[in-house]
Write a protein that binds this ligand. Structure first.
Ligand code: PMP
Length: 405
């Protein structure tokens, strides 16, 4: 059992008031708020150990290097990676997917006539980098369709795999609908068809335990800021054999072994993919955020959020003309539309009542097109949300629906 009321004390921003009302923050799929443990780790880093890493021979450089590499260790343990060498610090999920797509483009592993398979549920950041790869390599994109309930069509997926795509990329949890995809099963099928597999875990990271060895994929990317860490942080995990087989995507300091004007040799993993001074404080605070999440417990977090989502769905279902998107066993987000009410107008009224939600296409325009809509209203949940937040959401949406109806 999770005690959200007391956990809220770890998040100073939650005591903000909006238009004289207490803030009800339900935009967690966009970004989460940061606990004191993370804010303190940031401050401690700059007050006590700030220095550039790896190169310096002095005291502070050693402390900062130890802190950054300890953070990599924490991430590796959190992901159950075989080695910290498989953990590459990035600026976010988008960065990790682009790194993979650009390195694969340069690798020569994907060429003219090859196929890349993604799903209808993808965020633009798991679509556009693959379109760019296709443009440059002559490969083409295939799309796994989804059912009316927002779950992926697994029969169609099995059929598409018969075309032997070189790469399959899909999200674990949809940011737009909260659909939870069966990643272990989908990955096993893709591997059996001979594909490389990338999991977009941006929305899974705050809600689910992640075990990259149990999943069996080749890559997994997520953003720190959706799991209580600062913006500008993230991780790309890659299987050692695959990371060793593809070239780096950026050149510079740190990623080299030896440079002459004639030839450069690249550094070992993970440094080969970390050109330039990394976000040192970002890596350290990301680890602090994962420690925080683990101290609360991901099973307890999931259970707590599931209860909130279900009670929000029950409360909102009393509204005439409401439609929910995504299957009933959704995680993280509850997406809906009300007949005759524009999501933008609804979001604006909710804001006036202190309720922060997201409206629009959620960076999933092809998914919106599939459902013939321009957007939805999305309430998304975190460990610090409470039944009071749900009650405030339901009452505000009911009021707004009457005003706009
Ligand atoms: N994939 C999914 C499923 C997401 O929800 C997001 C963020 N909304 C991203 C990728 C991109 O993450 P970022 O903008 O933090 O790089």
């Amino acid at each position: 059992m999770l005690d959200a009321a007391s956990l809220r004390r770890d998040f100073p921003i939650l005591s903000t008031t909006v238009n004289g009302r207490p803030l009800v923050y339900l935009d967690n799929a966009a970004t989460t708020q940061k606990p004191l443990a993370v804010l303190d780790a940031s401050r401690r880093y700059y007050e006590e150990t700030n220095s550039n890493i790896h190169r310096g021979a002095h005291f502070l450089a050693r402390l900062a290097t130890e802190g950054f590499e300890a953070a990599r260790h924490t991430v590796a343990t959190h992901l159950h990676a075989e080695s910290p060498d498989e953990v590459i610090f990035t600026s976010g999920c988008t960065d990790g997917i682009n790194l993979t797509a650009i390195s694969l483009t340069r690798s020569g592993l994907i060429g003219p006539g090859d196929k890349v398979l993604i799903s209808t549920l993808e965020h633009h950041s798991n679509i556009v980098p693959w379109q760019m790869l296709c443009e440059q390599t002559g490969a083409s994109l295939l799309i796994i369709p989804c059912h009316e309930d927002g779950s992926l069509d697994q029969d169609a997926y099995a059929k598409l795999l018969e075309q032997q795509p070189k790469l399959v990329a899909f999200n674990w949890i949809s940011n737009a609908f909260g659909t939870v995809n069966p990643v272990v099963d989908m990955t096993a099928k893709a591997k059996a068809a001979g594909a490389l597999v990338l999991i977009d875990a941006a929305q899974a990271a705050p809600h689910l335990k992640m075990d990259v060895q149990a999943i069996g994929s080749d890559f997994l990317a997520f953003s720190g800021h959706k799991v209580y860490a600062p913006t500008g942080t993230g991780v790309l995990w890659g299987k050692r054999s695959v990371l060793e087989a593809i070239p780096p995507y950026r050149g510079g300091g740190e990623m080299i072994k030896e440079v002459t004007f004639e030839k450069t040799t690249y550094n070992d993993l993970p440094f080969k993919f970390e050109a330039g001074t990394p976000n040192i404080e970002g890596g350290i605070t990301l680890a602090a955020a994962l420690d925080y999440v683990n101290s609360v417990g991901l099973d307890a977090i999931r259970e707590h959020e599931t209860k909130l989502i279900q009670s929000a769905a029950t409360g909102l279902s009393e509204i005439d003309g409401i439609r929910f998107y995504g299957p009933d066993d959704r995680a993280g987000a509850l997406s809906f539309a009300i007949k005759g009410v524009h999501h933008y107008d609804l979001g604006t009224l909710l804001d006036q009542m202190g309720v922060a939600v997201r409206t629009g296409h959620h960076c999933c325009q092809p998914l919106m097109a599939r459902f013939g809509i321009t957007g939805t209203t999305r309430a998304s949940f975190a460990l610090y949300n409470t039944e009071e937040d749900v009650a405030a959401l339901v009452s505000a949406v009911k009021k707004a629906a009457v005003m706009l109806g």
